[in-house]
Design a protein around this ligand. Structure first.
Ligand code: GLN
Length: 198
């Protein structure tokens, strides 16, 4: 299985390491032609404005939008979640639109307000998942076609639509690979636990 990790900016190496540990080939992606060989693509955390700018510069924005309309497996973390949304509060650019959610950038505050929290994510089993939130977004409006995978104090922080998933936190910065495994199961079409709720 070939899984790409968008490698324009952000926490690229950590995703590659976690995917390799799960036994898949993880490929850093910088060119549109590299998308052809992939079974799934991870969009890492970083700075969504910078990544979006680079997506246009590297001619990757339109190919990503096309993949999204085809239901291609996509996994966005933090800035990656903002990029996969259909709308953000930052009106300077239009995200990819793989998941029909509206996302509020930096909703938990500034860098200093970064925090960790134990999250209940039924789709990953009973054991809590350690969520690392770094200037994280919150999901506001959620279309009815979108599954909510996790809430934190009532705010939506992880979602799924078809084979596209996104979370406001950073699973790649933990040593818990269950979120990545969940994505790989979506890619291969393995039956996964019905843990999502609305
Ligand atoms: N605050 C960043 C943004 O808006 C996201 C931060 C992150 O990915 N850790 O793009």
């Amino acid at each position: 299985m070939n899984i790409g990790v968008l490698a324009l900016q952000g926490a690229v190496a950590e995703h590659i390491q976690m995917l390799c540990a799960l036994g898949v080939k993880a490929i850093p992606i910088r060119l549109p032609s590299q998308l052809d060989s992939l079974d799934g693509l991870v969009i890492p955390g970083g700075e969504s404005t910078t990544i979006s700018k680079l997506l246009y510069e590297y001619d990757l924005m339109e190919p990503l939008r096309l993949l999204a309309t085809k239901g291609f497996p996509l996994f966005g973390t933090c800035a990656g979640m903002i990029l996969l949304a259909s709308k953000t509060t930052d009106l300077r650019w239009q995200p990819v639109g793989a998941i029909d959610i509206e996302v509020q950038r930096n909703a938990f505050g500034r860098q200093i307000d970064s925090f960790e929290a134990d999250l209940e994510i039924p789709a990953l089993g009973d054991k809590p998942f350690r969520g690392i939130f770094i200037r994280a977004p919150i999901v506001g409006r959620v279309n009815s076609s979108v599954d909510i995978l996790c809430r934190l104090n009532g705010s939506v922080v992880a979602t799924k639509q078809g084979k596209a998933i996104a979370c406001a936190f950073h699973p790649e910065l933990t040593d818990d690979s269950r979120f990545h495994k969940y994505f790989l199961d979506l890619v291969t079409g393995e039956p996964i636990a019905q843990g999502s709720s609305r």
